[in-house]
Design a protein around this ligand. Structure first.
Ligand code: SAM
Length: 238
């Protein structure tokens, strides 16, 4: 069972999206468990402050290293020793499918969710947090980012997906984006009366042609939308 601990100033945001759909089922079936550690319980002074102004000036507040350390130390040592520690931050290494695959093999993960301007760098360096970003944009806090990372990781744990074969052809396997999908009706008439048919090959029943069509569509889409990914694929084949 994957054991996840979340250090957060907003514990009420969990499990959030993680208790729904297939991931929620995995939670109920104890494929993973999740518990939160409220940073406010480890605040200092009579106001239980968890943050302070940045040295050097500038806007916003920064999470204090002593608060993060106390919160982390409240987790049993048996967890901390074996756990991968992640601090979610826009300035971290970009999250990708390969990283999620590696995380899905872990037994214990600890995630630190930042707020405000972020976290004192000493806490990240000294306490051994790996910095990961979920994309080139800035959210208000790490809680949604943690749910993104966990959802992506948990769906890769064997037994979570109803159709594990779907993992083999989905986007990013082989550095390609997935081909487009179509379902019923075969001919769809939109509200303006215009007809849109499903590509004929998909209803031909010819598996070889369908496979080739899908591969070509994957390549075309990847070249257009993600040339960086396509170049990676080409380089790998050289
Ligand atoms: N001052 C930071 C910067 O410019 O890099 C942004 C801080 S952001 C407003 C507050 C918190 O949200 C961060 O500490 C982090 O935990 C989380 N966060 C925001 N965007 C994120 C992203 N793209 N990936 C992961 N975490 C993110």
């Amino acid at each position: 069972m994957l054991d996840v601990k979340i250090l957060t100033a907003y514990p009420e945001m969990f499990p959030g999206s993680l208790e729904h759909s297939l991931i929620g089922k995995a939670l109920k079936e104890n494929i993973f468990k999740i518990s939160t550690i409220d940073l406010h319980q480890f605040g200092i002074d009579e106001r239980m402050s968890i943050d302070d102004e940045p040295f050097g000036g500038g806007p916003g507040m920064v999470l204090r290293p002593d608060v993060v350390e106390k919160a982390l130390n409240s987790i049993p040592k048996t967890h901390n020793i074996k756990s991968t520690k992640i601090y979610l931050t826009p300035s971290g290494a970009p999250l990708n499918q390969e990283k999620l695959g590696n995380l899905a093999k872990m037994e214990k993960i600890t995630i630190l969710c930042g707020r405000f301007e972020g976290v004192d760098q000493r806490a990240i360096d000294v306490l051994g947090f790996e910095e990961i970003s979920i994309g080139d944009y800035v959210l208000a806090g790490g809680e949604i980012a943690a749910q993104v990372l966990l959802e992506g990781c948990i769906r890769l744990i064997p037994g979570v997906l109803g159709h594990p074969k779907s993992l083999l052809e989905e986007s990013f396997s082989n550095n390609l984006l997935e081909y487009p999908h179509y379902t019923r009706p075969k001919s769809w008439e939109d509200s303006l009366g215009k007809k849109h048919d499903v590509p004929e090959v998909l209803t031909s029943g010819h598996h070889g042609n369908i496979k080739t069509w899908r591969h070509n569509k994957s390549v075309e889409k990847t070249k257009n939308i993600r040339p960086d990914l396509f170049n990676k694929k080409e380089k790998k084949q050289d």
